[in-house]
Design a protein around this ligand. Structure first.
Ligand SMILES: C[S@@+](CC[C@H](N)C(=O)[O-])C[C@H]1O[C@@H](n2cnc3c(N)ncnc32)[C@H](O)[C@@H]1O
Length: 225
């Protein structure tokens, strides 16, 4: 399957999965969730506090809520209106957040400049050949010297084995099933620290990489040049 089809299939998967997304991630409630991910928040909190933040692929707003209570403002974007509808409800008390449908590879119609960009569990879904396209689109919306924060999953042996294979460009392709039997193929890469740093060559300064094994996440933080 070529990249365009993979990207399209993933969009449809997350659209259909929207009502289940929070359950799949074990999301309980705002305060409980925030307590759970507090060690991750501490790593990047100063980068979002009082900033004008652009969030990419916000999904059902689990992280948007966390950003909203710290940032000066948040524009939370996702390609699927179905997940944004859920996020709007979750963040209804936050007057700092605006939601907008946007394709992360284009971010068309998003008027910058923003001071911080944030994305959780998104980098792993980007086909390797599309990383430069995404990073270019993102960096164009930011002021020089802006902070960029990515949070994503560390490799998990079970996930890795989950009906997966590698495609020609080295993306890990997983088969995902929904409870009604619908089946999708989704890119789920687990980049190493070195691969992450290489992807940012010439585009980033002050790069930091953190791992939190109990929460199975890495956090990548840098400033745009
Ligand atoms: C794994 S979910 C992460 C959602 C959220 N950030 C979280 O941590 O719960 C991936 C999200 O990427 C969105 N997505 C998929 N393709 C996209 C694209 N091309 N542009 C923007 N968002 C996209 C999906 O709709 C989905 O909400």
């Amino acid at each position: 399957m070529d990249c365009e089809h993979l990207i399209q299939e993933m969009n449809v998967y997350y659209d259909r999965r929207a009502p289940l997304h929070d359950d799949y991630l074990g999301y309980a409630s705002g305060p409980k969730n925030e307590q759970l991910v507090a060690p991750l928040i501490r790593i990047f909190e100063d980068r979002v506090s009082h900033k004008k933040v652009l969030e990419v692929a916000c999904g059902t707003g689990i992280w948007t809520r966390i950003l909203a209570s710290r940032a000066r403002s948040v524009l939370a974007t996702d390609i699927n209106p179905s997940v944004l509808d859920i996020a709007r409800v979750k963040c209804c008390e936050a007057d700092t957040v605006t939601f907008r449908t946007a394709d992360a590879y284009r971010l068309k119609g998003i008027r910058g400049p923003y001071e911080t960009a944030f994305a959780a569990d998104w980098w792993s879904h980007i086909p390797k050949s599309r990383l430069p396209v995404f990073l270019n689109a993102l960096h164009r919306k930011l002021k020089p010297g802006s902070s960029v924060v990515f949070v994503d999953m560390l490799p998990n042996r079970d996930l890795h084995r989950m009906f997966s294979h590698y495609d020609e460009e080295g993306n890990l392709i997983q088969r995902r099933l929904l409870p009604d039997g619908q089946q999708f193929h989704v890119v789920k890469n687990f980049p190493t620290r070195q691969e992450l740093f290489e992807s940012l060559a010439g585009q980033a300064q002050d790069i930091e990489y953190h791992e939190h094994h109990a929460l199975n996440r890495w956090v990548l933080i840098y400033r745009t040049v």
